[in-house]
Design a protein around this ligand. Sequence first.
Ligand SMILES: *Cc1c(COP(=O)(O)O)cnc(C)c1O
Length: 370
Amino acid sequence: MVDLKGQYQKIKPEVDAAIQSVIDSTSFINGQAVKDFATNLEKYLGVKHVIPCGNGTDALQIAMMALKLKPGDEVIVPAFTYVATAEVIGLLGLTPVMVDVNPKTFTVERQNIVKAITANTKAIVPVHLFGQSCDMEPILKLAKEQGLYVIEDNAQAIGAEYTFSDGRKAKTGTMGTIGCTSFFPSKNLGCYGDGGALCTNDDALAERIRMVANHGQKKKYYHSVIGCNSRLDTIQAAILDIKLKHLDEYGKARHDAAAYYTENLKDVKGIEIPFEAENSTHVFHQYTLKVLNGKRDALKKHLEENGIPSMIYYPLPLQEQEAFLFITRTAESLDNAKKLSDSVLSLPMHTELTSKEQDFIIDKIRKFFE
Ligand SMILES: *Cc1c(COP(=O)(O)O)cnc(C)c1O
């Protein structure tokens, strides 16, 4: 599904030197590279504050803690997403309220969210799933009208850009109250272990986020709130700082590979190729087909038999996950999420994919539907 080895080989001397220099400095925790990377990511995203942390799940948890959400508060999440989005809500004793997604874009929209708002709703978590931005303008407007926080789950879409109706552009993760991202190795900006970050344009909130992520202390050994311990390793930051310089180039490689799949699969009856929204660039964290007529599992098996990996993100919508059966307040029908779980199939997608490899995959898919 991904080729992390091939990508490493291309930047090996730079990365190896950066790792060695962290080891030589022995400044393993909160070293200079952490600060440098945060500053460079702030510049890249066009956001005032980037606060690195341990992983993307921690980022979501810290966001909700920094916003002082408390038990009883409802947080709106898409039913079709990775579990982390809703998990931290449950962990903090908040109530996840699942809403359906648009079956074309795989993301939540204003119309899904509006029906789920109650007097207890405090925040919305739009997830920029598979590498494309949610339609943020109507969501941000709704949040403003209703006094809700917007926590963007940008784990899959770093580098994607959304265009507002007046032509203004913004990177995903920088539009809401807080943006959260992950540097898990297979993410579009991945490190060589775990990593994550939060972004915000709010100075006071940035300070609170830093405090929560650092045992609830501003001054060492003086703890004002219950916090947690979540840090990005200096070694990981040094690697990320190098990879950040290549992020747009990586995005282009993914986009080119996606365009090649699309060009050669768009006429195949029995599948739907990914939809590309006009108001967002797509950084193709995943290239996800919808397989029609209940043939998804058979196609997956056929690819497997030909040595081609494929993945189902995600086989079970949140409302059917055992862990959420008891705590979830479900607002309305979640049929689209259910249907997507039964029909989606993601193809190999990464920065090192060659057209020869893609030709092989495309050929096997076409043969299956002949
Ligand atoms: C990967 C991911 C996360 C969690 O990131 P980790 O770094 O693995 O904790 C959260 N949300 C979404 C949508 C993700 O894809």
